[in-house]
Design a protein. Structure first.
Length: 261
């Protein structure tokens, strides 16, 4: 019963990305002002959570495992390793045509860029959510009373992550189903992390692996924000819109992380 309760808690938290995805559908997919502000918002969410939460969780884990000096060096190396990895992937994927779409699909060059941006964001968030799901599952399993505030906090900050995934995909394709599916699947990484972690990875998921993975994810999310989201936000609207969206995304993520300290 405790295992079922822990898994259910993790599932609820992960699926809240779908709520964020639905929020993106309240405006038409041709609304350029909304797109500019939303892309800035998404960048704010990802930069803030990467540099204030994920990076420091990684450093805590690695310094616990390897000591202050070595752990700090490992954190920085994994962070920039994540940036290098996503930059190489970015270089290898064509910038005009999305590899998952036929060339005659009617998606313009600009929309193809948005589609690629959304897929990258979904990938980064899914990787982030996988160990987060494992951590949520373990905490709920060890102390069921702790599950409610932990799951609520994670669920709240998964909502803007869902927006970050769905907005560029919805704007690129006009398909609510496709945007929701990508957001939903990135959220499913959390319960998947719980299941696979419990069945397979638990014996190997120590501080070293956890820290390296989280630091790399922080680097990936910062790269996507600076190289993809913010330039696109400025392209689709006035700079003030993208800046307001950026600050708004940071503020929402800050509140979601502070609620259950």
């Amino acid at each position: 019963m405790d295992v079922f309760y822990a898994f259910l808690s993790t599932l609820i938290a992960g699926l809240c990305t779908g709520i964020g995805s639905c929020i993106a559908f309240f405006t038409g997919h041709t609304n350029r002002r909304f797109l500019a502000a939303s892309l800035g918002f998404s960048a704010g969410v990802m930069i803030y959570v990467s540099l204030t939460e994920i990076f420091f969780k990684a450093r805590d884990a690695l310094t616990t495992e390897s000591g202050e000096r070595a752990g700090s060096w490992l954190t920085a190396a994994a962070f920039f390793g994540g940036i290098l990895a996503i930059a190489m992937i970015d270089h290898l994927i064509p910038s005009v045509e999305n590899p998952y779409e036929p060339t005659n699909s009617g998606i313009s060059r600009r929309n193809s860029r948005l589609m690629r941006m959304g897929l990258f964001t979904a990938l980064a968030i899914a990787i982030h959510n996988f160990p987060e799901g494992l951590a949520t599952f373990v905490s709920a399993l060890q102390d069921p009373g702790l599950a409610i505030p932990v799951v609520t906090a994670i669920a709240i900050h998964n909502i803007p992550e869902g927006i970050a995934v769905s907005v560029p995909i919805y704007q690129a394709t006009g398909s609510k189903r496709r945007a929701f599916s990508c957001s939903f699947l990135s959220g499913l990484a959390e319960p998947a992390g719980a299941i696979l972690g419990w069945l397979i990875l638990m014996p190997f998921m120590g501080d070293l692996m956890f820290g390296l993975l989280f630091a790399a994810v922080a680097g990936i999310m910062v790269y996507i924000s600076l190289n993809e989201l913010l330039p696109a936000a400025r392209e689709y609207g006035k700079p003030a819109l993208s800046t307001c969206g950026l600050v708004g995304g940071m503020a929402v993520m800050a509140v979601s992380l502070l609620l259950f300290l």
